[in-house]
Design a binder for this molecule. Structure first.
Ligand code: MG
Length: 283
């Protein structure tokens, strides 16, 4: 590419101007430019993004992405997943407790974890922040109750932000409380529910909220959710908390730790879960 000096100068000026802007906005990468002669004496523009040269080949400066072997079945955990439940009693006891950190009264039925009325929420032993989470769930075959009373449970990222689990197959309730909803905050794009008793999948990409020292939220949480492989939350920015604050109000954001336990809700219905795994994501 031929660039005369003035055009190159203005290009560098624009780049340095955008670089100055980048410093003001932490979410943007910092771009810098450098003119250097190569081994043949030709002047080359070197561009750096966040301090790393474009097309850098030295892995000590630009590490290669880790090789991850995908699972053979789409829902099977990839090689770098943290397995939270594989159907065995051992993985249940190793990875889950009740909310008090004691042995949970939830039970294993045919390799699935079943919610037991009044046993309380199930809490993971591990603590997690931003993550990719996969799990499968099934509402009871025997249909009982309606609306929010039918096959209700929930997946609480960081124990706080609920992706609703509900038997939403021909079961009407408020849209922001049906399966795939961010409870009270965002209804799913579509209703991708399977019939009662059938196994359903959730694939959730969650980025935790960030808070400043005063406890004010500086970056709200985001959710991308696929329900049975269908997109139901498309990088949804969570406008606040999903906790109950009366029939038409949800809780606000409240500052919390960077990593917290994942919880599954006991809402009094025998909802089952299986094949639970996650991959931690960097912020
Ligand atoms: Mg729920």
């Amino acid at each position: 590419m031929n660039l005369n000096c003035s055009r190159l100068g203005s290009l560098l000026f624009l780049l340095s101007a955008s670089s100055a802007f980048a410093h003001e906005d932490q979410s943007k990468p910092v771009i810098t430019m450098d003119m250097k002669e190569n081994e043949k004496g030709k002047k080359i523009a070197y561009m750096y993004i966040d301090g790393v040269k474009v097309h850098e080949t030295d892995p000590s400066k630009q590490p290669f992405p880790e090789v991850v072997t995908p699972g053979t079945v789409p829902a099977a955990p990839p090689s770098d997943a943290i397995i939270l439940f594989d159907g065995s009693d051992e993985s249940f006891r190793k990875n889950w407790t009740n909310t008090k950190g004691k042995e949970s009264q939830w039970k294993i039925v045919n390799g699935a974890l079943e919610s037991v009325k009044r046993a309380g929420y199930l809490k993971s032993v591990g603590k997690f922040g931003s993550c990719q989470l996969h799990l499968e769930w099934a509402s009871p075959v025997q249909v009982e109750g309606d609306g929010q009373g039918r096959g209700n449970s929930g997946v609480f990222l960081m124990g706080i932000y609920e992706v609703q689990v509900l038997d939403s197959y021909e079961n009407q309730t408020y849209a922001d409380g049906q399966a795939g909803a961010l409870y009270g905050r965002s209804k799913p794009l579509v209703n991708a529910a399977r019939k009662p008793g059938e196994w359903q999948t959730y694939d959730i990409i969650f980025h935790r909220p960030l808070f400043d020292d005063a406890g004010k939220v500086t970056r709200r949480a985001t959710f991308t959710v696929l329900h049975n492989g269908v997109l139901v939350q498309d990088h949804t920015v969570l406008s606040g908390g999903t906790g109950w604050r009366g029939p038409h109000a949800a809780t606000d954001y409240k500052a919390h730790a960077d990593k917290l336990e994942l919880t599954l809700q006991d809402h009094g219905n025998p909802v089952r879960f299986r094949n639970i795994w996650l991959r931690e994501l960097k912020d």
